[in-house]
Design a protein around this ligand. Structure first.
Ligand SMILES: [Zn+2]
Length: 117
């Protein structure tokens, strides 16, 4: 367990972010319904536009799913005392990196490696 970083602060930030994502997912559902209603009523969107819009909504949803999963993993690692260690090489993750994004699960060198592949 890391004693050089304030786990409680990171836990709070992760929980806040989790709430925002869940709220965003709800909003997304509603927005999506509105788009479809508008489409039916006005008939202004071409099929192409509608498909493009749908793809964008899906891409955004995927992104939040990935982040939500990362946050969940980070929170469970706080509980098990593994938080702050890279999931790939077990090295400590720099505190600055966690401050930037508390849901990051890898150290800088593993992240750079992943980018290359
Ligand atoms: Zn690493």
């Amino acid at each position: 367990m890391r004693e050089d970083i304030n786990l409680e602060t990171f836990r709070k930030r992760l929980e806040e972010r989790q709430k925002i994502i869940l709220a965003g997912k709800e909003a997304q559902k509603k927005e999506h319904t509105t788009v479809e209603l508008d489409h039916a009523r006005v008939g202004r969107l071409t099929r192409m536009d509608a498909m493009q819009q749908q793809a964008m909504v899906q891409a955004a949803a995927r992104l939040t799913d990935v982040e939500r999963q990362r946050i969940q993993t980070a929170l469970s690692r706080i509980q098990s005392g593994e938080y702050g260690y890279c999931i790939l090489c077990d090295e400590e993750i720099a505190e600055k990196r966690l401050e930037f994004d508390p849901s990051l699960l890898t150290c800088i060198s593993c992240a750079k490696n992943a980018e290359k592949h």
